[in-house]
Every structure is written in C-alpha cells, then in structure tokens.
Design a binder for this molecule. Sequence first.
Ligand code: GDP
Length: 426
Amino acid sequence: MVKAVVGANWGDEGKGKITDMMAADADIIVRFQGGANAGHTIVNNYGKFALHTLPSGVFYNHTTSIIGNGVALNIPVLINEIKSIEEKGVPAPHILVSDRAQIVMPYHILFDQYEEERLGKASFGSTKSGIAPFYSDKYAKIGYQVQELFDDELLKDKVQRTCEQKNVLLEHLYHKPLLQPEELLNTLHEYRDMIAPYVCDTSAYLWNAIKENKTILLEGQLGTLKDPDHGIYPMVTSSSTLAPYGCIGAGIPAQELKQVVTVCKAYSSAVGAGAFVSEIFGDEADELRRRGGDGGEFGATTGRPRRMGWFDCVASKYGCRMQGTTDVAFTVIDVLGYLDEIPVCVGYEIDGEVTTDFPVTSKLEKAKPVLKTLPGWKCDIRGIKKYEDLPENCRNYIEFIEKEIGFPITMVSNGPGRDDIIYRNK
Ligand code: GDP
C-alpha cells in the first residue's frame, strides 16, 4: 500500500512529525521532490534533528529510506546528514538513491546566490540551496543524473560543455569567477565515490515492494501553495509538492497511491515572499511565533523568523483539495491554548466580493481576510490521548475547521513527540 504525507499550505505544517509517526508501520519512506532547501524537525528518543534531505523514517531500524528520482540531490549534504545522525547514536540507516535522481552542482548554489543578489529587492527569498537553477537545468536537459557519474568519458565531455555555457553567464551577467573544468570534474569524481554505495534502480525496488504488499510512505516537502502549477506562482518552489507527483518523483504507478494524509497546522506560518492573506504582525505575531512549533517558528534550514497568521480556511480547503486528501492531520493545536479567542480566516474579500475559493496570484494580492472569532480553551492540552477528553472549545475549533475545509480531520497532534497524537474515528 502506498501512502503520502504532504502539506496543505506553505510548508512547516509538521509533516516530519507525522511521517516519523506513520513510519512506525511502514517499510519504505521515499522523498520524491525538493532538495535541501527545506527541513523537517523531528523530536524522538535520540534527540532533536533537522533533516533536509533524508526522509523522516531514518530513525527506525526496520525501514528503508529512498531518495527518489524527483529529488534535487545534494550529495555532500546527504552524506553529512547520514554522518550526523550516526554520530548521535542512531543505527546506520538503510538508504537507497535513485540512479535517475539529478545532482545539485556547486554552481547551482552559486547561481542561486548570484541571482538573488542581482535581483536585490525583487528577490524571491530563496534559501540559496541551488534548487531553482537545478530544476531549470533539469528541464533544459543539461542536468546530471546520478548514473552519469559512472561514465567517465561522458562526464569529461559534458563538464567541458557545462563550463563553456555557465561561464558566459558568470562573466557577462554576474561578473563572478569562472568555472574550471578540471576542478568540476574532480568534484564529480568525489561525488561518485560518496554516493556509489547507495545507488540503485529505486523504481524497480519499489515495484517489487508493492508486489510484496509492503507499506510505502511518500514524504512531501513544503505544501500545496508552493506548488509551481497550483501554488502562489511565482513565489513557489521549483518541483511539485502534490501527492500525485509523488508517484512520478518515486517511479510508482499512480493508481497504487491509496491514502493521502494532508497536514494542516492549527494556525498559519510561511517563509519567503508572497501573498499571505491571514498574516498578523507586531506583538500578536511575535507571541505566536515564540510559542509556535517546538521552540518557536524559525526556519529549519535558515533560522529565519517565519511569517505568522491565523488559520486560513480558504487556503487550506484548496490545499487539501489539490492534494487528493483522504485524511487531514491537524497539528500544533496545543500552542493555541494561551488565547482567549482565536480568529480564523473564513473568506477572502476581493474587490468588494467575498469568496471561499482560493484565487490566482494577481487576485490573491488584493485579498483581505474575512475573520470569524472562536472562543479559546485557555489550558494546556498536551498529554491528552482521547478526542473526547479535549476541552469543548478545542473540539469546536477542530470541528469548525473540518467543516470549512470539507475533509476529515482524522488525527490531531497536540505536541511535538511521536506519541502526542489523538486519532479520531471518522
Ligand atoms: P515540516 O517541514 O512540515 O515537517 O514542519 P516543521 O519541521 O517546521 O515542523 C513544525 C515544528 O512543529 C517542529 O519543530 C515540530 O517538532 C513541531 N511540531 C509538530 N507537531 C507538533 C504539535 O502537535 N505540537 C507542537 N507544539 N509542536 C509540533
């Protein structure tokens, strides 16, 4: 059975925790898109970890972790991540890397920095991990697949051509030092030796696993609103964040995907630029940011303070619909226990009209939130294990949002740990 864990919003919904939890019953966890630009924060018996490339299932002995073909693979980052978890006493994980995954090159990271510098104020707020230049090259068909590292003749020739092409931009657009073919070739030889133990035909491996009735978890990065097609273009990421893409980015037949768990956080946060209709500012935002997540809402990769806002039913309804949601996991609700009342965004007012349909970006920029205020529950709900034991106002908050978004909330997460989860039978 194939399941996916994905985000409904801008990312940071708590997917890492839900994947880590669901991985207890899974055989294989697959990353299918994105790269080292976003991170998952996971708290478990070994400690607290910020993973950027490894799937969240690496902490179990019984799982295989796969870096799928759809991922932007940063080889040194992956190897360092493996080292760092082993140093903290986690048993050596079983990791496979797709021979069709493409490689984030050192120049992708440089181009990401140079382009943000060039754009100045108009920049995208990139994490400068090379993701946009990487995917540009992938679709321009000048990227490097992992398998190419093992063909030295091809590599020599290709490196030469790459340097010629990239150096035109480096010299004339960015006025930066040029690439040296010998240096790049050496780097790629190092990459080859680092990655060799992990490389295989992962789609064949997954196909066999499906035939053996294994449980496979596809782990998404970011959320619907960062999808390049269906998100807030152009303030999006460069690979699809949607569960159906998981089948492409892992190499699995689409009809095998049976369960889509879409993670929604009980309030909103976003990083980077772009419209964020239910955003709040000042002391109100600072307090939520400070209390949010597990130790504050700050980027797992960059440490940047996240932008904060109230729960957005319009964005989340759309976010869940585009994922093909079967289950909603509603997270971080424990954090809201300090509020007397909790505003929720239930509509967008655009040019004097109210809508609950998520609009295209040009209209989104003009949208003003229509807020409804619900009563808070004013207590700590961590440690509660049964849905009926939650305070009435907390259940009302969950059920109000469930009705607004139109998808069943079957899991409620009331703390960062693996066991902080309340299942609801729907
Ligand atoms: P991801 O990228 O979607 O995995 O999101 P993050 O890594 O940003 O996770 C959000 C943060 O919230 C992490 O620090 C988690 O440990 C934490 N977290 C996840 N679920 C809960 C929850 O239910 N309550 C609290 N307080 N923190 C949570």
